[in-house]
Ligand binder design. Structure first.
Ligand code: FES
Length: 101
């Protein structure tokens, strides 16, 4: 596991997400109330990118068919049990966002 600089804080607008390729893994980085979350970008349903999804607190809604994931745990919160995306620790230093992957 290493910390990889992914973006600067001004690249991720409050309430929005953006997709990045980090060491070959697609990660969606979200800004919710000034706190940053990193989660696997591709929905388990049909590989839709979560990055353009709407957030409701710590929940993101897949823009394709509205599956909902918890940004902290990666857990799908509806429809199907036992579906989890990976989440990654995030830290911010001097306005730079680092993801541990
Ligand atoms: S691809 Fe995400 S809900 Fe269908």
């Amino acid at each position: 596991m290493t910390n990889v600089r992914v973006a600067s804080t001004d690249e991720i607008v409050q309430g929005k997400g953006k997709e990045f390729d980090v060491k070959g893994t697609k990660i969606a980085l979200f800004n919710v109330g000034g706190k940053y979350y990193a989660i696997e970008a591709l929905c388990r349903h049909q590989d839709g990118s979560l990055a353009p999804g709407r957030t409701h607190g710590e929940i993101v809604e897949c823009p394709l068919h509205s599956w909902h994931y918890n940004l902290t745990t990666g857990k799908l919160i509806d429809y199907v049990d036992g579906v989890n995306l990976l989440t990654y620790p995030v830290k911010v230093e001097e306005n730079q966002i680092y993801v541990e992957i």
